[in-house]
Design a protein around this ligand. Structure first.
Ligand code: SAM
Length: 229
């Protein structure tokens, strides 16, 4: 497990060192559309508390902070101090340093305040918590952390496979939690069972991923789950 986490940290440092936030052609080019599509849901709020778990360098939280400037506080959690440093620099450059609160912490260790957030987002991050048990209890904590009428937007990879592109060898995916897609869907539907489901989709995707000694061909079912309490 430790080796997965170290390898995963190294690959994110590599990615954040090479691509700039909102750089055209990079995966940091633009925020996730599903998150931006939620903005009208909050147009009547005077102030918003938002949580971005595994925020990276600000691809989603910074556009939200710009949209709700002077009207929000966004707690941004990432395990990598390198990511939070870049997030802080990006926030200053884009004039949202008062809204963005970068916190270096693992998602596991960050305790989510109950009944506090209007919106919690986690994009490609929850699959990196310590274990399946930790994943299940974090989902419950997310549910408890949301206020009535608040929204969760979770984007989670499942059923991930990785193959060394050079020799076709199967590799261990660098994800601490790699659930079967149906198991993940069942878990989400069960945890948020009394909520209004706004979006629940599965998209099969394929990427080339730089790994320590090779490039891997990664396939994943990307589950997007959006629900209102
Ligand atoms: C694929 S990136 C996505 C970043 C961001 N959510 C986005 O959409 O641009 C995953 C991020 O989660 C962070 N991360 C991975 N495991 C984590 C953990 N256990 N706790 C907190 N952050 C973690 C990584 O450092 C990385 O910045």
């Amino acid at each position: 497990m430790k080796s997965i986490r170290n390898a995963e940290k190294a690959s994110h440092i590599e990615v954040y060192s090479t691509a700039k936030l909102f750089e055209i052609g990079s995966w940091l080019q633009k925020p996730v559309k599903t998150i931006m599509d939620l903005i009208p849901q909050f147009k009547n709020h005077k102030f918003l508390n938002i949580l971005d778990l595994g925020c990276g360098v600000g691809r989603n939280c910074i556009p939200l902070a710009k949209e709700f400037k002077n009207k929000c506080r966004i707690d941004c959690i990432d395990i990598l101090d390198f990511a939070i440093e870049k997030l802080n620099n990006n926030s200053m450059e884009l004039g949202v340093e008062n809204e963005i609160h970068g916190i270096v912490s693992s998602i596991d260790d960050f305790s989510i305040k109950e009944n506090h957030y209007d919106l919690i987002v986690a994009v490609s991050a929850l699959e990196h918590v310590d274990s399946i048990d930790s994943f299940k209890s974090k989902l419950k904590e997310i549910g408890m952390g949301i206020k009535d009428n608040g929204i969760v937007c979770l984007i989670i990879n499942s059923q991930i496979t990785e193959i060394n592109k050079e020799n076709g060898q199967e590799l261990t995916p660098q994800f601490e939690v790699n659930l079967k897609t149906q198991e993940l869907l069942d878990l989400l539907n069960e945890t948020f069972r009394e909520w209004e489901v706004i979006k629940n989709t599965v998209r099969n995707q394929r990427y080339d991923i730089p790994r320590k000694n090779c490039v891997s061909d990664l396939t994943t079912d990307v589950v997007t789950f959006v629900a209102k309490k």
